[in-house]
Design a protein around this ligand. Structure first.
Ligand code: NAD
Ligand code: UGA
Length: 455
């Protein structure tokens, strides 16, 4: 029986391997991690991450052909194919601090693979990495004793959080980068055969390793760029009485542009967009491509501008002061259907509000534990309340930072009655019924649309 190992049991490693195990019942799939608590959680019915449909997917194969373990060395020895799906955060120290990818976890796994391998392996880069990282990995793997052959492939992951299971089941494409050598092509074919258990062959794309590595950074940069583009126009819409949703619809109906990822918002978050763009920027800078770097960096600059603009607008609408006013931030996750708060726009929004001495209270159905960790340094300057009605009671304003479905159907009459008047609502996701809220009595401030004010 073929054995697949995945090093790193995070948001990508766990769900991806659960899908492979489900679709390839004849393959043994082992997921290892140095974080024993995380591994224990994967083995229980309290998974370490929240993702719709993931519980059922894991349960279908757990301890049949899907195993979670902390024994990295044994896993390496047993495996034919090794996916590396460890974290590659932004480097926060030394050269490239704040931009470059921190490759320390990545390099450590390369050395572990080298130290524990006694038979030939296909090593698959699943993590998102700077272009030409595979070259460094190959150098480490092929240093010293050369009795074992390692073939390194790039197979970036395109799943989005909140829809991970759906995305894995039905991916737009599976990208497999390999070297144009006999062993490289054979390795690409072996990995393609794994995915072909459920992905149509015409959606399995093979390229060079470098194209594959760059395509992942490029895809995230393009997606984030669309959001920054529409967000930049949202500021102009607010000045000119154009409506950003109408503009997005009109623009998106052009088949060359497409309609998705054009929802103006308080800003994009998530563990990867900012990290991957800054990684791209750093890469361009290190090749002396200053103009290219500046071009992409503007996508991140625009996002920070949008997050700050959201709070500045709140302050200006609320008579230029929010000091001492209770403001309920609805949603802390970086998007709906996830408990993940990494780089969530709500973090910057809350910090800005606290700086302005607003009595800020955060509510979220899944992300309050993470919110407490993200804002731990603010101590009791900020409060956490799982019940949105309690969070809103006595508030001057509501600020929607995450488009949770349940926020669309709250009893806003009841909420309005419990708030200080004039009551404000700032919809950072354009997900509420603004006309209805205005009729209830709220002063409504959407993104990129005319505000509806009784004042
Ligand atoms: P994560 O932080 O959730 O998981 C990474 C795991 O790797 C952690 O559990 C960590 O303990 C483990 N790890 C680190 N070093 C290890 C080692 N030496 N041995 C064993 N385990 C080790 O990260 P993630 O969100 O799953 O992301 C992983 C990679 O995938 C990143 O490069 C990211 O950019 C990329 N990616 C993420 C997403 C996403 O939606 N989160 C989507 C596509 C691609
Ligand atoms: C993103 C990509 O969509 C995935 O393809 C990629 O694999 C992943 O990054 C990664 O590399 O980690 P993710 O960050 O999970 O996935 O979620 P998205 O759905 O892309 O949303 C990112 C952010 O953009 C969220 O804060 C979301 O609310 C925001 N967004 C999205 C908007 O503000 N407007 C939109 O129109 C779409």
């Amino acid at each position: 029986m073929k054995t697949i190992l995945c090093i790193g049991a995070g948001y990508v490693g766990g769900p991806t391997m659960a899908m492979i195990a489900r679709k390839c019942p004849g393959t043994r799939v082992i997921v290892v991690d140095i974080d024993a608590a995380r591994i224990k959680a994967w083995q229980s019915d309290q998974l370490p991450i929240y993702e719709p449909g993931l519980g059922e997917l894991v349960q279908a194969s757990l301890n049949k052909n899907l195993f979670f373990s902390t024994d990295v060395a044994q896993g390496i020895r047993d495996a034919d194919i090794i996916f590396v799906s460890v974290n590659t955060p932004t480097k926060m120290f030394g050269q490239g601090a704040g931009r470059a990818a921190d490759l320390q976890y990545w390099e450590k796994t390369a050395r572990e693979i080298k130290a524990n391998s006694t038979s030939d392996k296909i090593v698959v880069e699943k993590s998102t990495l700077p272009v030409r990282t595979a070259e460094a990995m190959e150098r480490i793997l092929h240093s010293g004793n050369k009795t074992v052959h390692f073939e390194v492939l790039s197979n970036p992951e395109f799943l989005a959080e909140g829809t991970a299971v759906k995305d894995l089941e039905n991916p737009d494409r599976v990208l497999i980068g390999g070297h144009a050598t006999d062993t490289g092509r054979r390795a690409q074919a072996a990995l393609a055969d794994v995915y072909a258990h459920w992905v149509p062959r015409n959606r399995i794309l093979t390229t060079s390793v470098w194209s594959s590595e760059l395509s992942k950074l490029a895809a995230n940069a393009f997606l984030a760029q669309r959001i920054s583009s529409i967000n930049s126009l949202s500021a102009l819409c607010e000045r000119t009485e154009a409506d950003v949703s109408e503009v997005a619809r009109a623009v998106g109906m052009d088949a060359r542009i497409g309609s998705r990822f054009l929802n103006a918002s308080v800003g994009f978050g998530g563990s990867c967009f900012k990290k991957d763009i800054l990684n791209l920027v750093y890469l361009c800078q290190s090749y002396g491509l200053t103009e290219v770097a500046d071009y992409w960096e503007q996508v991140v600059t625009m996002n920070e501008y949008q997050e700050d603009r959201f709070v500045r607008k709140m302050i200006s609408a609320m008579f230029n002061t929010v000091a001492g006013k209770r403001i309920a931030v609805l949603g802390f996750a970086f998007k709906a259907d996830t408990g993940d708060t990494r780089e969530s726009p709500a973090i910057r929004v809350c910090r800005f509000l606290v700086d302005e001495r607003a009595a800020t209270v955060v509510t979220d159905p899944k992300a309050l534990d993470n919110a407490r960790k993200d804002l731990a340094d603010l101590g009791d300057k900020i409060a956490y309340e799982p019940d949105p009605y309690k969070a809103a009671a006595g508030a001057h304003a509501l600020a929607v930072a995450t488009d949770w479905e349940e926020y669309k159907t709250l009893d806003y009459r009841k909420i309005y009655a419990s708030m200080v008047k004039p009551a404000f609502i700032f919809d950072g996701r354009n997900c509420l019924n603004h006309k209805e809220l205005f009729e209830i009595g709220f002063n409504v401030y959407p993104i990129g649309k005319v505000s509806l004010s009784h004042l």
